[in-house]
Design a protein. Structure first.
Length: 94
């Protein structure tokens, strides 16, 4: 069996949504809640960037594949947010 690349694995996770729904909509919802709590506007892009930084810090402290896998996934989601993609297209199963 051929081992999947980290890019293919992250794409599958993001496209599948891990059962949490559309990732772009999720980050938009996170931004609404954080904005209400902090009484300052936060965007989906801001929230995604914070999680990317968190994964970088964790990876710096201790290497785990999950850190890098999530970082790749968050990078994909941030790209979609910046392009204005509302629904992440599902990738075909590899």
């Amino acid at each position: 069996m051929k081992k999947k690349s980290i890019l293919a694995e992250a794409d599958e996770i993001v496209s599948d949504g891990r059962g949490y729904g559309d990732p772009v909509e999720t980050f938009e919802h996170i931004a609404e809640i954080v904005s209400a709590i902090k009484k300052k506007e936060f965007t989906a892009d801001d929230c995604c960037l914070v999680l990317m930084v968190m994964k970088l810090v964790r990876e710096e402290q201790f290497h785990k594949k999950d850190n890098l896998l999530d970082l790749v996934g968050y990078t994909r989601i941030r790209y979609d947010i910046r392009k204005g993609v509302k629904k992440v297209a599902r990738s075909p199963r590899l």
